[in-house]
Design a protein around this ligand. Sequence first.
Ligand SMILES: Nc1ncnc2c1ncn2[C@@H]1O[C@H](COP(=O)(O)OP(=O)(O)OP(=O)(O)O)[C@@H](O)[C@H]1O
Length: 577
Amino acid sequence: MIKRLQKKYALSEQGARDLIKGCLACVLQNISFMFPVGLLYALVSDLMGGGVPQAKTAFYIAGCVLCGGLILLTTWFQYNATYFATYTESGVRRITLAERLRKLPLSFFGKKDLADLTSTIMADCTFLEQSFSHFIPELFGAIISTLLISISLFFFDWRMALAALWVMPVSFAIVGFSAKVQERMNQKAMDAKMACADGIQECIEAVQDLKANNAEDGYLAGLEKKIRAVEKRSIINEFGLAAFVVTASLILKLGIATVALVGSILLGQGTLSVLTFFMFLLVVARLYDPLQGALQNLAAVISTRTNIGRMNEILDHPIQSGENRLTNNGYDITFSHVGFAYNTGETVLRDVSFTAKQGEVTALIGPSGGGKTTVSRLASRFWDSNTGKITVGGMDISQIDPETLLSLYSIVFQDVTLFDNTILENIRIGNKDATDEEVLAAARLANCDEFAEKLPDKWNSYIGENGCELSGGERQRISIARAFLKNAPIILLDEATASLDVENETLIQTALSRLIRDKTVMVIAHRMRTVAGADKIVVLENGTVAEEGTPQELMEKKGVYARMVKLQNESQNWTIG
Ligand SMILES: Nc1ncnc2c1ncn2[C@@H]1O[C@H](COP(=O)(O)OP(=O)(O)OP(=O)(O)O)[C@@H](O)[C@H]1O
């Protein structure tokens, strides 16, 4: 039962237990509201029998106090079991999702965009918060307590009980049967919301390019269409939901009419006492209230399926796993007949084989789109290859836990990601245990002092979201400083010095040459002069190794590398105009 609840509602084990407790609390609360009705029934019965005997006065006073106390107690229990437990569970759910996302392979993120994932963690979790604090416990609480009360009604008069209860299965069936329609409407509304969120995010990110190309009006017109689509879908959703719920609620209200009608007939026939009739009128006035809410809740619970489905997509996606123990012998990286395709299915790498030796610099070069970045992504297990094998020091990396494997790598990416924090803390990402002195030493090696010392707060200056207050070259230097600080045995440099001016590039190249001593270094570069000093060059063209060797050997071969060097030498003499 616990396991089923966990799966059905994307809950933790404790969350599933709390949900049962919440439902139970709602049942108790609903039943406690029926005690005053029982007390009133006894009182009216006494009054009709000639008045309340003196001896019973204390009983009724005590009964009132007890009913009040019971209602207070069950309400407190219900609050505790639903609200407090829900917020704890909500926190657990968000952390579980974030943890899972951390471990998912990059292939998953190719299928999902940022707006979609953010919405799952924030909006879907908030909606489920409401579901678990209100909808689900109240729904089950109402159904169970009504069932219990209904059974007791049959003991008083089965004909009146039938007159009161026939409406329940009918109204629930109407909402229940609408589940498929509702799910379809919800999915469409969700798709429209996602398209709109994507559009807004893209618009904010691309605002500079849109302005530069005078394309704002056209883009905003498209965005407005998406916003209107959300509006339309939300209205259709609300109308659809209201049609079913209102119909079901109206049918529920018919119960009061049938109780009055059947009661009057039976009273007229003399087969029903006035007191029982009175009691049934009292009960139905109260009985339908929780059910009224339950119908709305049922509709809301049905719509949570869409949100839970989105969460389970994250929770059920296979994660990359592997051994935490490293058994490598040295740090040579070897690709053996590696083949790979991204989610699009188009083959990007075909039968790629080469070795990047420890103590050597291996440069990956080749035309744009040839597969260089893909090779570096596979080497660090950001993605898993489809065929062939990649080893580090003889150990198959597909068998190693990605986080353990990455402890061996210092990577400088083409696109640097920085955090809205100080320069010092952004560099400390390379080694969170590093002292300030160690961070500063790495920063100076990467020439960060040149710009950091000029800022008002120097190393403690905040650099804005993703380092927006820094230039491309400054951002890249921070990224290089991180790699210096991590000082791992394998170094991947993807266009690491592309945004630097010649002076800084030379300074950093010198520092890099100190860093890479005895390490396995894989460099991706477009500028041929950056790789002229490499020990080995691997030329990737159309996803295959077109040629490999030392720069000298390749120059003599007069192949792709020699052609690229020649073209770049010629381009240095070009001028505009
Ligand atoms: N995330 C992705 N999803 C789908 N296809 C991708 C993805 N990343 C790259 N590709 C495709 O894979 C091929 C190889 O890309 P890759 O980035 O490895 O080439 P590259 O040699 O590094 O190019 P460049 O020199 O321009 O950076 C390209 O055709 C590219 O369109």
